[in-house]
Each structure stands twice: as C-alpha cells, then as structure tokens.
Design a protein around this ligand. Structure first.
Ligand SMILES: Nc1ncnc2c1ncn2[C@@H]1O[C@H](COP(=O)(O)OP(=O)(O)OP(=O)(O)O)[C@@H](O)[C@H]1O
Length: 303
C-alpha cells in the first residue's frame, strides 16, 4: 500500500486554479521531493495532505486512510513541518512538545521528546519559552513537534528556507536517519542540490500540474554532457554563443554564463569565438549538469 496516495486533486481559489488534477503516489520508505517554482501549488497540496485545507475534488490517503473521511487515523500517521513559524508563545519548548504529544494521546513520551530534542540540538533550550527563541531555533521546534508521535510519513515544507548551515546539517542527519529506519519523507525545497542529494524520486509541479515525475537519477540523465561556466571580465557574450546559454536569465544579468558543451572539443571553438569578440575571461571551469539544470529545462519547456 502507498504511504501517500494523491489522486486527481483539484483546488481553486476563486478564479485561480492552484492545483489542476494532481496524482502521485509515494511508496513506504521513499525520500520523495516535491519541487516547483513559487506559486506552483506545493504548499496548497501539503495543506490538503495535512487536512488543513480541502480539495475541491480528488482524494488523498496516508497508509490507506483518507485525509477527509478518516482524518484521525490519517493524521496519526503523518508529521508535517509547516513553512510558517506559528507557536503558542506562552510555553517552553518541552511544554510545547508535551502538549503536541497529548494531542496524539501520548502521555509518557518524555524519552522520545528528549531524543528528538537531542537530535535537533534543542536540549539546552528545553526550558526556554518559545517566544524567546531565534528563528532557526523555532524551526527546530517545528520539526520536533512534527515528530513527537513518530509518524511513519513525514512531510517537510521548505524546512531549510533561511536557516544556517549548521541547522541544515543537523536536520538532514536526523531526517536521513529516520528515513533509513523506514519513515517515508516528502520534502519541498528550493535548494535543488539538497533535493538531488537526498531524494530518490522527484515530482516537479508547475502552475498546479505535475510536469515531471521520475527517479532523481533518471531526471539527471535527461541532460547529457557538461557545462562550461565562464565569467567575463570585459565584453559581452557574442551572439553566436547565446544559443548555448542554458540559464536564460544570465543573458540579462551578464558576466557569468553557463554554456552547454556536448564534447570537450566544443570548448575550443567557444574560446576562439570569445577571443575574436574581444571578450576577456576572468574565470572558467567545466561542470556536470545538475538537478538545477534539469529543473530549468523542464520549467522552460512548460511555458
Ligand atoms: N488562501 C489563498 N487564497 C487565494 N490564493 C491562494 C491562497 N493560497 C495560495 N494561493 C495561490 O495559489 C497558488 C499556489 O500557492 P502555493 O502557496 O500552494 O504555492 P507554492 O508552490 O507553495 O509556492 P512557494 O514556493 O512560493 O511556497 C499561488 O498562486 C497562490 O497565490
């Protein structure tokens, strides 16, 4: 049975179609990425999964439990880390986590609460009021809150937006451990290198529709060859090289260009063209195409 099954989910906000018939299924133990530009519908979909928002049509189930008709059973199996930092500011971290445990009917949960806090480097803030925490610390509490009932399915909505490197590493270490222990993870992020490193399968959403759904390795294979990154100190990119630019916004911003290269021998004529145009190269290197390139290519293709 799928850990998360989404079937033909539609959602409108007045005239805006936020989700236009989304279907996908995540198997138990997967580390699944849900990617898409701003406004693609990721948060809307997550709030429908969490039962905080109703789909106009379609169904969502967690471990076979419908999130509307079987809400309590579905909710027990789900931990959601929301994007926004919202807390009751009158309680300490430990009190917040105990209350959340109580919500799931767990009375003696302190051993697990201690373990979660230790894994998120929150132990020395256990008795601090949540209103006195920094943004990064608050985000750790949000993650801890989502995990108090050891949910088999964990959904994280941009958990690393604006957080420092240390928290990212702490968080990924813990989430990866939970995934190895069998928890299913669904992640939305704008950090594509994070998604590439962590997710075994990825869905890309655009304007409320799934525009790509594949294993991370299959998505990466969609772009062959490598890229020549050139930083120009002086001079503009000659017109003849413009079709090779793989990130169109670079043509506007200028100076740094990512040029598609199929064979290493393609580099020589590129350098000759730059020299003939009087461009001066500041820095240059070759790199393999990554998930960001695939993402840009898919999103461009969907215009
Ligand atoms: N409560 C609401 N009322 C009206 N429109 C909404 C509401 N919530 C979201 N929208 C719109 O629905 C679309 C999808 O928004 P959503 O927040 O789901 O996207 P997202 O993919 O999570 O974006 P981001 O990456 O910016 O978080 C957007 O156009 C947004 O403006």
């Amino acid at each position: 049975m799928a850990a998360l099954q989404i079937v033909n989910v539609e959602k409108r906000y007045k005239s805006l179609q936020a989700l236009g018939g989304v279907s996908l299924s995540v198997e138990p133990g997967e580390f699944f990425g849900l990617l898409g530009p701003n406004g693609a519908g990721k948060t809307t979909l997550i709030s429908i999964i969490a039962g905080l928002n109703r789909a106009d049509s379609g169904t969502v189930s967690i471990d076979g439990h419908d999130v509307v008709s079987d809400y309590r059973e579905a909710r027990k199996r789900l931990g959601v880390v929301p994007q926004e930092l919202v807390f009751d500011p009158f309680f300490t971290v430990r009190e917040t986590l105990r209350m959340q445990s109580g919500y799931f009917g767990l009375k003696r949960n302190d051993d697990w609460i201690d373990e979660v806090m230790a894994n998120l480097d929150l132990t020395n803030k256990a008795d601090t009021n949540t209103r006195a925490l920094s943004g990064g610390m608050k985000r750790r509490v949000l993650v801890a809150q989502a995990l108090v009932h050891k949910p088999p399915v964990i959904v994280l909505d941009e958990p690393t937006a604006g957080v420092d490197v240390e928290l990212r590493q702490t968080l990924w270490k813990f989430i990866s451990r939970l995934n190895r222990e069998g928890h299913t993870i669904v992640l939305t992020t704008h950090y594509l290198e994070e998604a590439q490193a962590l997710c075994n399968r990825i869905a890309m959403l655009k304007a409320g529709k799934v525009v790509a759904l594949d294993s991370t390795s299959a998505l990466l294979k969609r772009i062959s060859g490598s890229q020549l990154i050139v930083h120009l100190a002086r001079g503009a990119l000659p017109d003849g090289l413009k079709p090779l630019v793989s990130h169109p916004d670079e043509l506007v911003s200028g100076r740094k260009y990512t040029l598609r290269v199929n064979e290493y021998t393609d580099v020589e004529p590129i350098l000759a063209t730059l020299r003939e145009a009087g461009a001066v190269i500041d820095d240059m290197h070759l790199q393999q195409a990554d998930l960001e390139d695939v993402f840009i290519q898919i999103m461009e293709g969907e215009k």
